[in-house]
Ligand binder design. Sequence first.
Ligand code: BGP
Length: 468
Amino acid sequence: MKADFLWGGATAANQYEGGYREGGRGLSINDVERGGAHGKIRQIDDEVMEGVYYPSHTATDFYHRYKEDIALFKEMGFKCFRMSISWSRIFPHGDETEPNEDGLAFYDKVFDELLANDIQPVVTLSHYETPLYLVQKYGSWRSRKLVGFFVHYCETVFERYKDKVKYWMTFNEINATMASRRPWHQAGLIYGPEENQWQTAVQASHHMFLASALAVTAGHRINPEFQIGCMLLYPQTYAATCAPEDQIARLEKMRFTYYYGDVHVRGYYTNTCEAVWRKYNVRPEMEPGDEEILRNGKVDYIGFSYYFSSIEGKNLEQVEGNIFAGGKNPLLKSTDWGWQIDPDGLRMALNELYDRYQVPLFIVENGMGAVDEITSDGKIHDDYRIDYLRSHIQAMKDAVELDKVDLMGYTPWGCIDLISASTGEMKKRYGFIYVDKDDEGNGTMDRMRKDSFYWYQKVIRTNGEDLS
Ligand code: BGP
């Protein structure tokens, strides 16, 4: 791998930070999502209810333990650390003019600590973190007003951190807005019974595209050195059989992802987007000047998440996945949560994205949710996690070294245990670092190194040469 390859790990404020009412922070959409149960999507309340446990309120307490955690990341050898800013920590309602100074000061301390440890922050501006007030007052991204609020938030943090943060991403897994099981996370949307979901999804997406493009333009003005990416979930999909219609089914499913890549990277709605509009008989409402905004705000790179693959065709048994589920592939093994393990799918993803877009890529999420047990020797022997990561890093190396894909870095998801986005569980762990907390919120929050911690340390030290 190239000498400046960004090895690191990934988190997000909504699942990691906690401190949900501290330092003047306002409520965010995840603060009303209950803790979940195995395999169940989380219930969403209208407001915070008395006596109910909401995992994001304390999460795994980065808010108070950032120094300790950053020291552990440093010990592993991280070159970068992906995190997100909680929008409602900076603008508690989302529509204020003046930012919350306490919130800004918190991220100053975090970035200073990272830089003092030679770790580059990689910052997502919106990772499932729309302020709740914007949903209640404006209907979330249905409203064009959110474009202005988001851009104001971005300009505020760009100005403040312009000498501390170089790598940014606008919306996490933006393609989760359309045809996904969780438009709430991405866009703060719950569809009404009479609502045309497709029309709402394309309109909300249009507003987010404008917001992203204007943020990119502002960021480049504030610091031309900024690298600002989009972030896509890559739901790798194969045709179930060699029947041509299964191949078409695959094409149609992948269009929901390319729809977002195309506008972000090419700066306009392509034939792929038109095909989606035609199929669902919808179209975003645009204002004069919108096309120019999109053209001027193309992203510098594509960040993406990759976890699993599935198949498309007729009459298939369905399996789980985070945002998009899919058909069961009889040739693949699955995690305990039913996500099918497929490292070759990652090599394919890297090639498909690079062939199509020819911009640098960044794997900003990858990993395996698993139950970890502390054995009688007081350790966590997570060989399953090491096996998963080893095979995916090998696939990534093949894409870079053999297929010549331009890749900036690799940040496995949940490098320290945190709350699961889909199920709200704590038991579903991804980390190299264990956090003592359970599904009811009990535990000391103490940190502990798993076997994978030492393994990943060696991977980074040898720049990916030694995966043994
Ligand atoms: C992605 C999200 C992350 C993360 C990950 C794992 O969709 O960007 O926030 O949570 O999936 O999913 P889960 O936490 O549901 O296991």
